[in-house]
Each structure stands twice: as C-alpha cells, then as structure tokens.
Ligand binder design. Structure first.
Ligand code: TC6
Ligand code: NDP
Length: 277
C-alpha cells in the first residue's frame, strides 16, 4: 500500500509500543524503514516485541522501560531515546481504562486513569516539543484517542475525560507550535479487539465486542487498519493536516456511543463485575 522506505531515516517513539495497537504501528513503521523507540512499564513485553520486529524488518528498535505517569521517568526516556539519534515523531498510544459506574469510583480510581491517559500524554508531548524547539528541528505528534472524545461515553468517564483533554491539547498546540514546524494529529478508533480491549472493556459484557449492526460496516476494526492510517498521518503526504482527529470506526459513532448494553445492566450484574476485579 505504501512505497518501500516511506519512513526511512525517521525515528519514531511509541508509548505502549509493546502490545496491541502500539505494536501494530511499530511493526508497520519499521517495515517502511523507520527506527523505533518503544516504551511501556513491562520490560519483558517490550523486549519480546522489539526483538520480533527487529528480526522481521531489520529495523533498529530500542525498548526502554518507562512509566509515563512519572515526569522524571519520561525525561529519562526522552534523554535515552535522543542519545540514539533525534526522535522525529511521538505516538501517544499508552492509555488506561476500566468499565465502572462513576458513582462507585474513588478519587484514586479517577487518578489512576488520568495519570496515564491524560498527564502521561502531556508529559511525553512536552518532553518531545521542548527538545524539538531547542534543537530547531521539526516534529510530529500522533495521539490515539477515541470517538468518545466526540460523543462522550458513560461508564468509562476517566478515560473519556482524558481523551477529550488530549484532543484539546492537540488542537491547541497545533496552533501554538505550527511556527516551530511541529504538527499534532490524532486518530479516534472505534472498536479494535486487542487483548487489552478484550480484558478491560469487553470482559463481562454479553455478545461480540462489535456486534453486526453496531457500525455501518458490520465488523470490528483491525490493528493493521489503524497502522495504515497512522503511517499516512506521520508521512510527508499528511504535511498539510494539523490539529485534526481522524475517525476510524466503521461509522459507529454516527449510530451510538457504545454503552447501550451497559445502560440496561442491573445492579446485580454490576456487582458481579465489581466482584470479578
Ligand atoms: C473509551 C475508549 C475505548 C478505549 C479502549 C481502551 O483503552 S483498550 C486499552 C486498555 N488497556 C489498559 O487499560 C492498560 C492499562 N491499564 C492499567 O494499567 C490499569 O487497568 C489501570 C491503571 C487503569 C488500573 O490499574 P489497577 O487496577 O492496578 O488500579 P490500582 O490498583 O492502581 O488502583 C487504583 C484505583 O482504581 C480503582 N479501580 C481499579 N479498577 C477499578 C474498576 N474496575 N472499578 C472501579 N475502581 C477501580 C482501585 O480500586 C483503586 O482505587 P482505591 O481502591 O485505592 O480507592
Ligand atoms: N482497542 C480499541 O478498541 C481502542 C483503543 N484505544 C486506545 O488505543 C491505545 C492502545 O490500546 P490497545 O492497544 O487496545 O490496548 P493495550 O492494553 O494493549 O495498550 C495499552 C499500552 O499502554 C501501556 N501502558 C499503560 N500504562 C502505561 C504507563 N503508565 N506507562 C507506560 N505505558 C503504559 C501498556 O503497557 P504496560 O502495561 O507494559 O505499561 C500497553 O502496552 C490506548 O490509548 C487505548 O485507549 C482507543 C479506542 C479503542
């Protein structure tokens, strides 16, 4: 689909790059010639993914453990990443979610999600932007958000607040940093049944993660489809796209926000889910 070597010479840092959508983007970028920095909290997972992609593509893949909730950890990540050559693009992919009734959330539950999905994405974006501006280099930031940033979504409020906040950051910095040649874009996926999605979002829910009729195309999305869009948005072909969030959901958000089954749940069903945690 893309020209060989489209991303040759580019160095791309992907948060949460060891699993799911992050790993799918990593594989695609490396196959098109990019060198990678993958980060996450689990060193073993990162190493395995990094080695697999390096063996398959011949790309340089640096796997660096980092908890993006910790600004000192983020600074150390970016220092280590830059030591291997300047980073050209950041992908804010790491995120956190759980499905729960909001009136049952403690402040610590809210903080657990915001710390990763909102604060962590901001720390990484600032760490990249400061370095690009100091070096007079261009850069691009791609954030993996959600259609919930458009529709809102009950029962996952901390995640939705985070995604909406990162969308606001994307639009705002797209304007503020345009003169520095830094571009910010986002993708809003619908349902893509990764292992993380199945464990955190689909667990305990009836039926398929995306049932026929949930979206206009009657199937869930695939990680490779997200990787294709991410490649386009980070490539020179998308140089004129700035501050935009592109939806990849088979038209689902035009039909529903994805919580119709949860609205029908009984107290007993919610209690059963809480007990399973
Ligand atoms: C919207 C778009 C679609 C998006 C899809 C995806 O993102 S797919 C990708 C999905 N991938 C991922 O999400 C991967 C990353 N996810 C993670 O690392 C974790 O799931 C986490 C950080 C979100 C929670 O970590 P953890 O469970 O280790 O949490 P902790 O032990 O640190 O506790 C902190 C506080 O949270 C509370 N609490 C926890 N669960 C629940 C609950 N179900 N109910 C209520 N509360 C809950 C817990 O009780 C505690 O409060 P307390 O009792 O002290 O007052
Ligand atoms: N799959 C889907 O349908 C949808 C996904 N998304 C978004 O796509 C992104 C990827 O999700 P997906 O691939 O499905 O699920 P995963 O659970 O596989 O992805 C989450 C990744 O983030 C990493 N991560 C979590 N917390 C931290 C942290 N504090 N510091 C560093 N890394 C962290 C995890 O690694 P580790 O645990 O080792 O730290 C993991 O690699 C998320 O932002 C998600 O919200 C949005 C809409 C739909």
């Amino acid at each position: 689909m893309f020209a060989d070597g489209l991303l040759a010479g580019k160095r791309i840092l992907i948060t949460g790059g060891g699993t799911g959508l992050g790993a799918a983007m990593a594989e695609r970028f490396a196959g098109l010639g990019a060198s990678l920095v993958l980060c996450g909290r689990r060193e073993e997972v990162l190493r395995e993914t990094g080695e697999r992609i390096a063996a398959a593509t011949g790309a340089r893949v640096d796997a660096i453990r980092c908890d993006i909730r910790d600004p000192a950890d983020v600074d150390a990540l970016f220092d280590a990443a830059w030591a291997g050559g300047p980073v050209d693009s950041l992908v804010n992919n790491a995120g956190a979610i759980f499905v729960a009734r909001s009136e049952h959330l403690s402040h610590r539950a809210f903080d657990a999600v915001l710390a990763t999905s909102l604060h962590g994405s901001i720390y990484c974006t600032l760490a990249a932007g400061k370095r690009w501006i100091a070096a007079g280099r261009p850069g691009s930031v791609l954030s993996i958000l959600s259609t919930a940033a458009i529709t809102g979504r009950g029962f996952t409020v901390p995640t939705v607040v985070s995604k909406t906040g990162v969308l606001a950051m994307t639009k705002s910095l797209a304007v503020e940093w345009a003169s520095k040649r830094i571009r910010l874009v986002a993708i809003a996926p619908g349902t893509i049944p990764t292992a993380g999605f199945m464990a955190k979002v689909a667990a305990g829910r009836e039926g398929e993660p995306e049932a026929p009729g949930d979206n206009t195309l009657e199937r869930p999305g695939r990680p490779d489809e997200l990787a294709d869009l991410a490649t386009y948005l980070l490539s020179p072909a998308a140089d004129y796209i700035n501050g935009e969030m592109v939806v990849l959901d088979g038209g689902r958000h035009l039909r529903n926000s994805g919580v119709e089954d949860l609205l029908k749940r009984s107290d007993a069903e919610w209690e059963a889910q809480r007990a399973r945690r």
